[in-house]
Design a protein around this ligand. Sequence first.
Ligand code: C2O
Ligand code: CU
Length: 433
Amino acid sequence: VVGGHGHGGAEPSTEGAPTTAGTPITELVADPARPADVRVELVARAERIVLPGGEAVDGFTLNGSTPGPEIRARQGELVEVALRNESVAAGTTLHWHGVDVPAAMDGVAGVTQDAVPPGGSSTYRFVAEDAGSYWYHAHQVSHAQVAGGLFGALVVEPAEAAEPPHALDVVALLHTYPGTSRTLDGVSGEVRHVAAAGSLVRVRIANTDSSPTVAWASAPFRLIAIDGTDLHEPGQVEGLRVAVTAGGRADLELRVPPGGARVQAPGVSLVVGPAGASPPELAAPAEALDPLDYGEPAPLGLDAADPDRDFAYDIGRMPGFLDGRPGIWWTINGRMGGDVPAYVVAEGDVVRMRIANGSGEVHPMHLHGHHAVVLSRDGVPASGSPWWVDSLDVGHGETYEIAFVADNPGVWMDHCHTLPHAVEGLQTHLVYE
Ligand code: C2O
Ligand code: CU
């Protein structure tokens, strides 16, 4: 899908929906009269989790497990998720990370809905318009609830795939529960999937932790998608690691060697191969694949040279008071948290944003409801496949230029996905005038 989310692709599900200026009215996409194609009930509970390795932690579950059930839909299908909060005392919600849902379905407590109290429920309905790898998570006291287990995978398969191109298509959710070792799909250590030698496998890595991580593989692979958007003609990679920012996804495709392959992240791995295969464990490669020049260039689908809005977004740190508490807080353009003015756009605007970080730490920045394309880093223009993101690591000293189309009216959070940082001031909003 070149050009990414909502920029010129077919939108089968909105056919016949009322439009303004050619844009489907997103609120009507989840028409209550339309029956759901995929319907899931999720019951959230606060409970003690025992990981398969025996480690235990007081956390949260969805339908009795963490991660919650994997939700799979086909592009164009209407997904309906009924959330019931049984015992999460602070209340909870579900946010569809990376899915450009209508604003009312975004699941952000205090912004798009109230937190669902214990005994309450809330139903989310949205059309899965873009194929790709996503995840869902609580967005109420997120830094505690996500870490504690209120999350799961969401995969949207392409509408037209007559035959699945991959013999095996699996998600690898990376997660660290408070005080435990890192897990992959809730398992510490190693997860195994059987796949015949020679078969093509897709591994959808999602980083649900609050800090950026990396992944690598024991066999040559292609990085075929980032944050749910396919890369254009991505080449084969060997001996490089791939960055997976907090909240981000990286989809690897590889052909299974006779002895199987191991896809690794620090502390965990996923083995694909014939039963009993034991591919080598490798140390993380020293060099990283750079998405800035990976894959073949293709049109962006927007004119970033002549934007309707041009914003600066400078991340810093300063001492002050936030919610009455003294501390050293993260800032955006010199202000923190609720004092940061919202970025105001009009529907249809091409928005360019220059994000600079002089705060001393990396920040995985996440914009809700939109995907942005990376134009440049530190003045070096992107020269590979259009690199669309919903979550982007901005390292200390780095400057990124990104662009997106304001095509999803609403009030949208824009925050650091090192979730404690969002509480510590690193959050603002994108609003439509
Ligand atoms: Cu993945 Cu505002 O969150
Ligand atoms: Cu941060």
